[in-house]
Write a protein that binds this ligand. Structure first.
Ligand SMILES: Nc1nc2c(ncn2[C@@H]2O[C@H](COP(=O)(O)OP(=O)(O)OP(=O)(O)O)[C@@H](O)[C@H]2O)c(=O)[nH]1
Ligand SMILES: [Mg+2]
Length: 675
């Protein structure tokens, strides 16, 4: 039997602003001994501890976890924060970081501190899960912030394996939503100890008792053991930085949440023996190279240790560990040694992948690999073949695009890339349209140009039968929209499952719908509800193919001549429909420049100049008449195109085009299809 003594008497480590260390020699604030194998060595340990305290004087704050069996580490808690999108995970982490004083008082903090990616900040959502840690009462709490959007649920699946407990956040107004169910199921399957956090209690229309009841029902449905039903509940406002255990007590700070985590989340179980960790995440640093992040399950790791990595194929590769880091606040902290139970980042393993085990060569045993749900949507990425190809990017060749896509697989676990019969195009499969759109946007910002096709649902043949993915679609809309939406969804093979009237005029609708019916639906919903409708989806599984859906989109306006679009030409186009481009935009033949109110496509010469004889006293009257172009975001563009169209993506522009650029080619192809 081993014993851990944790002496958490602590003031401030000299020369630092942080309150935690596992290097007692450097920062004597926290002392820890774990050598007691017998009563005799136990007494020796206490003696050694006292000697250290005298050598490194610090204010005595009391003992915590004074004696513990060695197979738990009471100085650490590992938690994942999980919830439906926008229920306030990242904001709650802000509050925990701010109140744990890992920042200096004068340090700028901002909001959603963990959402550091450019796209995350722009879109206001978390895309990648991230690690951070705080210290409370001498215990380090490793926190994993996860994304709530269903398209990034692969991220949640892969990182929750690092945690022993989870905070399940539920918005006090919205209540449990589809993704709440998905992440809770994953967490309970993994055996994580849940804490229910009813968040945003400051909201005016909070319906806390009802939300609690609904979440309790969800636990009843999903729990894998009886003790999972005995979960603590805490009420928080991440934005105001308060938490209370009882609703009638006024909120002061976030301390009750810290206390609850310490009391309810089990400390990590550890095993002594040769080093073993599971890689759950990867990062890159220009100087340090690849950084493997994961939890140590057994033993300890020191800089320059000899280790092996065990790959998916069971092949062992030898490495020397470079540096070892643990987390504190937003920083990684170089440490000389880290032990089982902690979450660490190590460098020096140039070829390691997510899911691999890093272990001591003495006992190279693989931990179970992380299993992640299959992708449901696919699209083709191909080399840009438009007449403007190669003008606006740094990377445009097949080799460059291929290399970039395959590199993405190392960190984007729910993504798949496949070569196709054509050497310049690749089939890319993801969890949803947004998942793929984020990859496209990231590549575009890195300087790549390419073309993408319309996303399609991934079908499978099981026992000789064609199967397709199905999803549960939930809509929160006004009752005046019900008719139009039900009709629209009917054409997309959706089946109405449930309808609930919330506070009038709000209604909540649930449909079962094939994934293929959801492609392009988001923009249709926003148009139908004037931007107010909210949709969410949850993958249900595969079902027998329901048949084809015919596109309900109107035809497009196509540039018939190459050149530069002029006001006069665009004015002509606007007499026919909506336009997507401003005057002075370079166009090529076959480029889509607008939407036709009819079903057919229509080619128009937007470069046409006004005849000299027809000149008016001022040209500005025409300019004034031009309605502003309808500018589509990348997601809208992907959502918009049909099967015979492409989105051309470059660092500077997003253009829409027909696959066949000339009228003759398109006509020939129509005749061929008809035949
Ligand atoms: N009223 C209120 N609003 C909050 C609270 N916490 C967060 N919000 C708001 O809710 C929105 C979403 O907050 P985030 O913290 O980004 O939510 P998230 O769960 O991390 O979102 P994803 O990571 O994209 O799933 C933001 O506009 C926040 O300002 C709260 O306690 N009260
Ligand atoms: Mg977030």
């Amino acid at each position: 039997m081993g014993i851990i003594l944790t002496f958490t008497a602590f003031e401030k480590a000299p020369g630092t602003d942080r309150g935690f260390t596992n290097q007692p020699e450097r920062y004597p604030g926290r002392l820890r001994l774990e050598t007691a194998q017998s009563p005799h060595s136990f007494i020796t340990s206490i003696y050694a501890l006292l000697v250290k305290t005298v050598r490194y004087p610090c204010k005595f704050n009391g003992w915590r976890g004074f004696v513990k069996y060695m197979n738990y580490r009471n100085d650490i808690r590992n938690i994942a924060i999980i919830a439906h999108v926008d229920h306030g995970k990242t904001t709650l982490v802000d509050a925990m970081l701010k109140q744990s004083k890992v920042f200096r008082d004068n340090q700028a903090m901002g909001e959603q501190i963990m959402d550091q990616g450019d796209l995350e900040r722009e879109k206001g959502i978390t895309i990648m899960s991230k690690n951070t840690a705080i210290v409370y009462g001498g215990v380090k709490i490793n926190i994993i912030d996860t994304p709530g959007h269903a398209d990034f649920s692969g991220e949640v699946e892969r990182v929750i394996s690092m945690a022993d407990g989870c905070l399940l956040l539920v918005d006090s107004v919205e209540g449990p939503m589809p993704q709440t169910k998905f992440v809770l199921r994953k967490a309970l399957e993994r055996g994580l100890k849940p804490i229910l956090v009813i968040n945003k209690i400051d909201r005016e229309s909070a319906r806390i008792a009802e939300v609690f009841k609904l979440t309790q029902d969800l636990f009843l449905e999903l729990a894998t053991s009886a003790d999972q039903l005995d979960f603590p509940v805490i009420y928080t406002s991440g934005r105001e930085g308060t938490a209370v255990m009882e609703l009638d007590t006024p909120g002061k700070d976030i301390t009750p949440l810290f206390e609850c985590i310490l009391a309810k989340v089990p400390p990590p179980k550890i095993e002594s023996g040769p080093f073993q960790m599971l890689v759950s995440n990867l990062d890159y640093d220009t100087h340090k190279g690849k950084i493997a992040i994961g939890r140590i399950w057994r033993g300890k790791v020191t800089a320059h240790d000899q280790v092996v990595s065990i790959g998916a194929d069971g092949i062992l590769t030898s490495y020397e560990i470079g540096e070892v880091f643990t987390y504190l606040g937003l920083k990684r902290l170089g440490v000389t040694e880290a032990e089982a139970g902690d979450i660490v980042a190590v460098t020096g393993l140039s070829k390691v992948n997510i899911g691999d085990t890093i272990a001591s060569p003495e006992q190279p045993e693989a931990l179970p690999r992380i299993e992640i749900g299959e992708p449901t949507v696919e699209m083709t990425f191909r080399v840009n073949t438009s007449p403007f190809a190669g003008r606006e990017s740094r990377f445009s060749t097949t080799r460059q695009i291929r290399e970039r896509l395959y590199r993405e697989l190392e960190t984007n676990l729910s993504l798949r890339v496949q070569d196709t019969d054509s050497s310049d195009s690749f089939l890319v499969k993801g969890r949803g349209e947004l998942h793929l759109a984020i990859l496209i946007e990231t590549m575009r910002r890195e300087g790549y140009e390419f073309e993408v096709s319309k996303p399609e649902a991934i079908t499978k043949v099981i026992d000789g039968k064609l199967m397709e993915p199905m999803e549960l679609l939930t809509l929160d809309v006004k009752d005046e929209n019900i008719g139009a939406l039900t009709e629209m969804l009917g054409k997309r093979q959706a089946q109405l499952m449930d309808i609930r009237h919330d506070t009038p005029p709000n209604v909540h609708l649930e449909f079962r719908v094939p994934t293929k019916g959801l492609i392009g639906f988001r923009s249709a919903l926003l148009t139908a509800t004037k931007g107010e409708g909210i949709m969410n989806t949850l993958f249900l599984g595969y079902e027998a193919w329901h048949g084809n859906i015919t596109s309900s989109r109107n035809g497009v306006l196509i540039a018939s001549e190459p050149g530069v679009a002029l006001t006069y030409g665009l004015n002509n186009a606007q007499e026919r429909g909506l336009t997507f481009i401003e005057p002075n935009t370079p166009v090529y033949e076959g480029m889509i420049i607008g939407l036709n109110p009819r079903l057919q496509d229509l080619a128009i010469n937007v470069c046409k100049e006004k005849k000299k004889t027809n000149i008016r006293s001022s040209t500005s009257d025409i300019a004034l008449r031009l309605t502003p172009a309808l500018k589509m975001s990348l997601e809208q563009a992907i959502d918009f195109i049909n099967k015979d169209e492409l989105v051309e993506v470059t660092p500077q522009n997003i253009r829409l085009r027909k696959k066949m650029l000339t009228e003759t080619q398109r006509l020939r192809s129509r005749i061929r299809t008809a035949a």
